[in-house]
Design a protein around this ligand. Structure first.
Ligand code: AVI
Length: 330
């Protein structure tokens, strides 16, 4: 590939090329969420094995008042900003409680998917006609930069659903440091972490009996076939997930059942797979309290309060900035 070809290629194509040319092979889970992938993820959230969504919902339903007091911090006027808002079902529980308690709030969900934001704003407009809601579609950081001094009111940023688990530890620090740069000292950050627990429970969550997680992973090969002219035969790959209790990472792979070649026209390349060669697809990092404390400290935050579900499977952690942000080049 020369430089000109590279600039002409979409980011998706470039990432697929680098990932499949690399050794070991990998693809980024951020590309899971085309329309079908988003639909499959909604199905995953309903699965009996996938406990994460229910845990966070339980925290919001049972502890909405404590969360409200912690967010309000003496003043019930603040702007709620949610990164990667999805369908907003869990957030609706909090918003409903805040409004019942006469909170003076606005809600800005940010998401890459225009479709998800449309559905969310319709639902919120119907349920909460008095709520000021401003959806924003696009890249988190461009949008946050524009929000920095927006209303002059306090901001509470939310990054829920254990989405941080899909980042490596270094990516997580970079992400939170970046957020810190666009936050003022009185703003807050609310993050959902899946916790380390019985490894069987975690392993099952990523290898469900109905095979929906397998379809979710395989769907990225379908996406490559459709958008990049690939000829992946899905029958020749199988989903494999495992959990490493030593470092708290759940990982998923697609394994090539046989030696095979896969052609991707848009990349003008043929990729060779050995029998049982793996494509690393996704990390879902599980945390313990000291990891959360370290991550907060390394990113320029201190933990203000943690909220746990009744089984201690999950933690929503509320952070406050601990020091002025270090400005790059400053
Ligand atoms: C979106 N993210 C937090 C999910 C997770 O648990 O890592 C994605 C997922 N992958 C397989 N099942 C769910």
């Amino acid at each position: 590939m020369n430089a000109t070809q590279s600039t002409e290629m979409s980011q998706f194509a470039t990432d697929v090329l680098h990932g499949l040319w690399d050794s070991p092979k990998h693809l980024s889970s951020k590309y899971f969420y085309d329309d079908e992938g988003s639909r499959l993820f909604q199905e995953i959230m309903q699965l009996p094995e996938y406990y994460l969504t229910g845990c966070e919902l339980e925290i919001f339903e049972r502890q909405a008042d404590d969360i409200f007091k912690a967010f309000a911090n003496g003043s019930n006027a603040f702007d709620l900003i949610e990164l990667g808002a999805g369908d907003g079902t869990k957030t609706a529980v909090l918003v409903s409680h805040f409004l019942e308690h006469n909170a003076d709030i606005s809600y800005s969900p940010i998401d890459i998917s225009a479709e998800a934001l449309d559905a969310l704003s319709q639902k919120f407009n119907t349920e909460f006609p008095a709520l000021r809601i401003e959806t924003r579609q696009g890249d988190y950081f461009n949008i946050l930069q524009s929000l920095k001094n927006g209303s002059g009111r306090r901001k509470v940023l939310m990054f829920l659903g254990s989405n941080i688990g899909n980042f490596t530890k270094q990516q997580a620090v970079d992400f939170f440091q970046h957020l810190r740069e666009v936050m003022n000292v009185c703003d807050l950050l609310f993050v959902g972490f899946d916790l380390q627990k019985d490894p069987h429970v975690i392993a099952n969550a990523y290898d469900d009996a109905a095979g929906i997680t397998a379809r979710f992973n395989l769907n990225l090969l379908t996406r490559i076939n459709r958008e990049l002219g690939g000829n992946f035969d899905l029958e020749k790959f199988t989903h494999y997930a495992n959990y490493r209790p030593i470092d708290g990472s759940a990982r998923s792979y697609l394994m090539s059942r046989e030696k095979q070649d896969v052609r991707i026209d848009a990349l003008d390349r043929t990729f060779l797979f050995d029998q049982w060669e793996a494509i690393f697809m996704e990390i879902s990092q599980k945390y313990n309290l000291s990891m959360i404390e370290r991550l907060a400290a390394e990113s320029g935050f201190a933990i203000k309060q943690n909220f746990y579900d009744s089984r201690n499977y999950y933690c929503d952690s509320l952070w406050q900035p601990s020091e002025p942000p270090t400005v790059a080049g400053g």
